[in-house]
Design a protein around this ligand. Structure first.
Ligand code: GLV
Ligand code: GLV
Length: 321
């Protein structure tokens, strides 16, 4: 029997699997996230074999050194910028993530934001609920149609590809994408072009960001790149907050350059630049793009499967290192 620690309560599907396989699972009872020192203390107190971590747990050298028994940190997320993977590799500790199962949920959230911004739903809702609707007006809340417009996908992994596919099929959007790698699936679809990031930014009516966070992509959207956007463009970020320099984004919003911005992620989560609140054309959600019951349940199952593989001497199927 192995001992597995879960740093915060998650959907129970995977936990049941681990228990049914005869293992003991300890779920942190704290309401919020454990601090780093609380996590280290827990790892020092008990000889755990595996840990399920969240994207809000920073798994750095100190945490990796806190235990001699943990064989795998299974991250309950597709992104793993919270983990020092180099150090984990040096210490022969497995790291896994949860790809694929949240692709649909995140893609649908990005598309929901794009549709809401194109139709100006947030502004119109605030207007209506504030009692400002005094009669039909031919020019009230003019939005834009997505049909025939250009979607720019920055980062054409699974999620970016799915967003492109939905928008092309549902609305007949033209698509341009940038990724380090060419994407065969997108290349095989009509009306899709590969572009440099700067050309993509200046030619897109809607930009959806799906890049992982790394030193190279930190503040990718700074004032220089943001200033290349089309007047009236829509920008949506459902990947990682620090890809956008929020203070520069605010400058652009103040210039009324962007007609809509959707952010599910922020530069210093859970904090965000409070100036964002003053723009009714900015739609903010609290990092919930993967929060469908389906995705969050399946993420829990993937974490369990990765842990069970390592406990039986195999490599996890979603191995990062
Ligand atoms: C969510 O942001 C994830 O990386 O899974
Ligand atoms: C994440 O799963 C991605 O590849 O986009």
């Amino acid at each position: 029997m192995a001992k597995i620690f879960v740093t915060r309560s998650i959907l129970s599907d995977g936990i049941k699997m681990l228990e049914e396989a005869g293992h003991e699972v300890v779920v942190s009872e704290k309401k919020g996230d454990l601090t780093k020192s609380e996590l280290i203390k827990e790892l020092q107190k008990t000889n755990y074999d595996a840990v399920i971590t969240l994207l809000t747990n920073k798994i750095d050298e100190e945490v990796l050194n806190a235990s001699n028994t943990v064989k795998i940190f299974a991250n309950y997320a597709v992104g793993y910028d919270n983990i020092d993977t180099e150090k984990a590799k040096e210490k022969n500790i497995f790291i896994s993530n949860t790809p694929n199962v949240l692709t649909e949920s995140v893609a649908e959230h990005a598309v929901a934001m794009i549709m809401a911004l194109a139709s100006r739903l947030k502004e119109a809702d605030i207007f209506t609920t504030k009692g400002k609707y005094k009669g039909w007006d031919p020019k009230l809340f003019l939005g834009v149609e997505l049909c025939g417009k250009t979607i720019g996908i920055l980062g054409a992994g699974r999620i970016g590809t799915r967003v492109a596919e939905i928008l092309i099929n549902a609305f007949g959007m033209k698509c341009i994408y940038y990724d380090k790698f060419k994407n065969e699936k997108l290349d095989s679809m009509g009306s899709v072009q590969y572009q440099s990031p700067n050309d993509l930014i200046s030619e897109s009516d809607v930009i959806s960001i799906h890049m992982p966070l790394s030193d190279a992509t930190h503040h990718f959207f700074n004032l220089n790149r943001l200033s290349k956007t089309k007047h009236g463009a829509i920008l949506v970020n459902t990947s990682r907050g620090p890809l956008i320099k929020e203070s520069d984004l605010i400058k652009l919003l103040e210039e009324e350059r962007l007609s809509g911005v959707g952010l599910d992620v922020f530069e210093n989560e859970p904090e965000f630049n409070k100036k964002l609140k003053k723009f009714e054309r900015v739609l903010l959600t609290p990092h919930i793009a993967s929060a469908s019951v389906e995705a969050r349940g399946n993420m829990s199952i993937l974490c369990a499967e990765n842990i069970l593989a390592v406990l039986s001497g195999k490599t996890p199927k979603n191995q990062i290192v």
